[in-house]
Ligand binder design. Structure first.
Ligand code: ADP
Ligand code: MG
Ligand code: MG
Length: 906
């Protein structure tokens, strides 16, 4: 059965200052295609071409190659004809050939994750035609060898055999370079290039068993299908997973007339950014290579030259560390081709104004004529993201809401990581200097291969250059170091996108994969040796360098202020100690949503009293032990209240099963027995008595407080006394006492009675009172169902979404690792429900619990205190269903503030 209609448009053309599509059509045309169309329409010189839609990719996955070719054939033919007319050349014509590129492009940019083929349409006849037409033999043969190389890799699957090997085509080239005693591929003669073409074809035949396809139309369909296939390649899948992009988006295919950067010394290719993607500074910057084609710059084949002039103010800012850039990187494009440079400068201004965001552009110069091949909103570090948003706001390009929407909340995390302490750096330990490709500080042990990035806890992935296959390893490593490649190399772009520290193009490094050695300046570093990278200066440092807390920029504070202006939901923190509470206050937390009291019992001096309490056989014995614990708890609470300066503090009563507090090793059991003057057998008995098959569903939460009300009494007393003590000091606190793991109304009522009567007692003793609330954590599905009944008694609800997720799914959080990974891979789950709140299922309980509770008590205070409180999509959900606050760990507070503001805006 046919599932597709034949009337839909599958092919969108662009070129000659017109286009069928525009930049709003990213979902259909992919980001690259939509922007090519837009650029064409606003008069930027882009080579003509067409885009096959992302929907066709989906059709391809469902219906297969033949069907899709049938659907596309006529449209593609017409679109090729359109290019031919504009260019005055013909596809496959040996006299006057049109060559094309076939480029991938999903709706979001995934740099290097999918495939592209250049110079398609060449074969043995066409190459001679190209020679005659251009009178440039070298160019024609260089294009041919490049084509076979790319087509071989992308479409025919030519790959290095093992990871220590290099690409088979590279290997052939290296051989020839050695034989001819040359270093650069620009030094190949025509004869060399012809030999390469011959050897490349031979290698293809040997490895694949087939001849290299010579018919241009076969080549074209092969390339189109390969681009579709690359959507489901390992790299692309991993990248999608890392960024949470769904598999059904698909990629578009862009087919475009070639323009040639490899026609000689008045040709070239480059990449540029309208602002600094590392720091966000408003400086135009980029890199280029003369006599080269697109891939050469990003792949780091040669370290490229800067486009801006040395000594210019822009440059001084950009380079930050001038020594980082070797003199060989000159001349700049600005000096070498001033008129091209100023034309390019004009386009970058125009494009940034047009898109109102920092642009990352590709360009090619063909014999003195400038072409723009791509523009997109550039990937950037967290620091650059914040600075650019604020700068664009101040320049009047965007408004406050838009500036906030430009922030990817999760990326704020990067700004909070430690940086190197300059006082801890010994100048002699600097072993080399590279380019400051992605700011930050990283210390780790050297590994040379991406698939070994997890060999040690902290690693520095050290490569000659990185390739898109290395993505996973780059993500795992602490930092990335490359010997080749510039500020726009693959490694640099990807690292900035990940917010990972990267130093690139450190030409002094000699990396020997076979022996797993890094040699530099007479020194040797082996796999496992410690090094440090400073991605802000480009320093490569021997050993470990001490770190310090980062200083947060003025722009960061401005973004935070803006968030507070727009958000309506409060952001609290989860904190168990005065130190965490203070840190969270500094990040702008407006109270504590969860203090876990049990953490306080694990400290050495307290665990003994705790154990004594557990081992006591009588109430009296327990009370004696609890009396010891009381002053400790009280002073903890005083510290936390003090740090919170009058903001609300929610304290949860003892939650974990008692089993977690008793010793499990014989030696410690013996010690305890001696200490408490009881028999070892008594200790052992108690330990096995406390053993449970399902402790998470066992004797814990309010079940403890109900069996041992004296624990609830002690904790309540500690809380109320602490609040009274602070009141005396002039600090007002309204403690919120939270009963955990309630499933029935009676459980809550029983605990509430203990709490209120204890508080009354303390008030009487002290002849003073404080205001306090008694509420509950909603973390058992039954509690969400009974929320209206519970709300008749409870002053507040706090959704404990960790347990609620655990119990709703029936997954044990501690054991889910064994199958979750497979579930995610198979697409049974789209995200880890312990990280991202399951809005569909668990979210229903949160929504329902809130509604039912508020039906009874319209002003019921409701918050959430699971890990989800700092996860942006979950924060958005909480805002949507009207929660009063989210609570998250201190370092997540800034993220939650921005996420809450974004939720309020949209
Ligand atoms: P990616 O998404 O990995 O950047 P692209 O499709 O942008 O892949 O292409 C890779 C390189 O080839 C880029 O540098 C691009 O500018 C260049 N390129 C693509 N198409 C053409 C073309 N028609 N003419 C000249 N260069 C091209
Ligand atoms: Mg590109
Ligand atoms: Mg819980």
């Amino acid at each position: 059965m046919e599932t597709v209609s034949d009337v839909k448009t599958r092919v969108y053309r662009f070129g000659n200052k017109t286009a069928d599509g525009n930049s709003k059509m990213k979902n259909l045309l992919g980001g690259k295609g939509a922007n090519l169309a837009e650029m064409s329409a606003i008069g930027i010189p882009v080579p003509p071409g067409f885009t096959i839609t992302t929907e066709v990719c989906t059709e391809y996955n469902e219906l297969g190659k033949n069907k899709v070719i049938k659907y596309l054939k006529e449209d593609v033919k017409k679109a090729i004809k359109n290019i031919e007319e504009i260019m005055g050349t013909r596809f496959g014509d040996p006299e006057n050939p049109l060559l094309i590129s076939v480029r991938s492009g999903a709706r979001v940019s995934m740099p290097g994750m999918m495939d592209t083929v250049l110079n398609l349409g060449l074969n043995d006849e066409v190459v001679s035609g190209l020679v005659k037409k251009t009178n440039n033999e070298r160019f024609a043969w260089d294009s041919y060898r490049r084509f076979i190389q790319m087509y071989g890799g992308v479409v025919l699957g030519m790959k290095p055999v093992t990871k220590e090997d290099i690409d088979p085509f590279e290997e052939i080239m290296e051989h020839l370079k050695d034989k001819r005693n040359i270093e650069l591929d620009t030094q190949f003669t025509v004869q060399d290039l012809q030999d390469l073409v011959y050897d490349f074809k031979d290698a293809v035949k040997k490895q694949t068993g087939h001849d290299f396809p010579l018919d241009p139309w076969d080549q074209l369909w092969g390339a189109i299908m390969a681009v579709f296939d690359s959507w489901n390649g390992d790299r692309a899948i991993y990248y999608r997973k890392m960024n949470g992009y769904p598999a059904d988006w698909g990629t578009a295919v862009n087919v475009q007339a070639m323009v040639y950067g490899n026609m000689g010394n008045n040709s070239g290719t480059g990449v540029c950014f309208t602002r600094d993607a590392g720091t966000g500074e408003n400086v135009f910057n980029g890199e280029y290579l003369i006599n080269a084609q697109g891939e050469d710059v990003v792949a780091g084949v040669r370290t490229p030259q800067q486009i801006t002039k040395l000594g210019s103010e822009r440059w001084a800012k950009l380079a930050q560390v001038k020594e980082a850039i070797r003199a060989a990187d000159y001349p700049s494009l600005e000096e070498l081709m001033p008129s091209i440079y100023s034309e390019l400068y004009g386009y970058q201004e125009k494009l940034e104004k047009h898109y109102k965001d920092m642009q990352d552009m590709e360009f090619t110069i063909q014999e003195g004529k400038l072409w723009i091949l791509q523009t997109r909103n550039g990937k950037r570090t967290g620091a650059a993201m914040v600075k650019i948003a604020i700068d664009l706001l101040k320049e009047g390009q965007i408004d406050e809401k838009e500036a906030l929407m430009r922030i990817e909340p999760i990326k704020l995390d990067e700004l909070l990581h430690p940086v190197f302490d300059p006082k801890g750096l010994n100048k002699d330990d600097i072993i080399a200097q590279g380019l400051p490709a992605s700011p930050g500080a990283a210390t780790g042990q050297i590994v040379f291969f991406a698939d070994e990035a997890d060999k040690y806890k902290y690693t520095i992935l050290t490569r000659i250059e990185t390739s898109p296959e290395d993505l996973e390893g780059m993500n795992i490593a602490r930092g990335i170091l490359t010997a080749r490649g510039g500020m726009t190399s693959h490694a640099a772009v990807v690292a900035r996108g990940m917010g990972k520290c990267c130093v690139s193009g450190a030409g002094a490094l000699k990396i020997d994969y076979k022996n797993r050695v890094l040699r530099v300046d007479g020194k040797e570093f082996h796999e496992g040796d410690w090094i440090s990278l400073n991605g802000t200066t480009g320093n490569i440092i021997e050993g470990k360098v001490p770190t310090m807390e980062p200083e947060l920029s003025g722009e960061f504070a401005e973004i935070m202020e803006l968030s507070d202006k727009y958000r309506t939901m409060k952001v609290r923190t989860n904190a168990d100690t005065p130190k965490d509470a203070t840190a969270a206050r500094n990040f702008g937390a407006e109270g504590i949503g969860l203090t876990r009291t049990e953490h306080m019992f694990f400290e050495v001096d307290r665990i003994r009293a705790m154990r004594e309490m557990i081992l006591a056989d009588t109430i009296k014995g327990r009370k004696v032990a609890l009396k010891e614990l009381l002053p400790m708890q009280r002073s903890d609470f005083e510290g936390i209240f003090e740090a919170m300066q009058g903001f609300p503090v929610t304290i949860r009563l003892l939650d974990p099963p008692l089993h977690e507090f008793v010793p499990h090793q014989l030696a410690t059991q013996k010690e305890l027995a001696e200490d408490l003057h009881i028999s070892l057998a008594a200790v052992k008995n108690k330990v096995s008595e406390l053993h449970e098959f399902n402790p998470m569903l066992g004797h814990r939460g309010c079940r403890l407080g109900i069996t041992y009300p004296e624990i609830t009494e002690m904790q309540t007393r500690a809380i109320i006394e602490a609040a009274l003590n602070l009141k005396e000091k002039g600090i007002a606190v309204i403690p919120e006492i939270m009963v955990p793991l309630v499933g029935t109304v009676k459980e809550f009522v029983a605990q509430e009675q203990v709490i209120r009567s204890t508080a009354q007692k303390v008030f009487k003793e002290r002849k003073d009172t404080v205001e306090y609330l008694v509420g509950t954590m909603i973390e058992i599905p039954r509690a969400a169902l009974m929320a209206d009944r519970i709300a008749e008694h409870a002053d507040f609800f706090s959704f404990g979404t960790n347990d609620l997720t655990q119990m709703t799914y029936g997954y044990s959080r501690d054991d889910a690792g064994s199958f979750l990974e497979i579930y995610l891979k198979e697409g049974i789950l789209t995200s880890d429900p312990f990280e991202v709140l399951d809005q569909e299922g668990v979210g229903q309980l949160v929504r329902m619990g809130t509604e039912r509770g508020r039906n009874v008590k319209s002003d019921l205070k409701v918050g959430i205190c699971g890990e989800h409180g700092g996860e942006p999509s979950s924060v958005e959900f909480c805002n949507r269903i009207g929660l009063n606050y989210v609570s998250c760990s201190p370092f997540r507070v800034p993220i939650a503030r921005v996420a809450a503001a974004q939720a309020a805006i949209s």
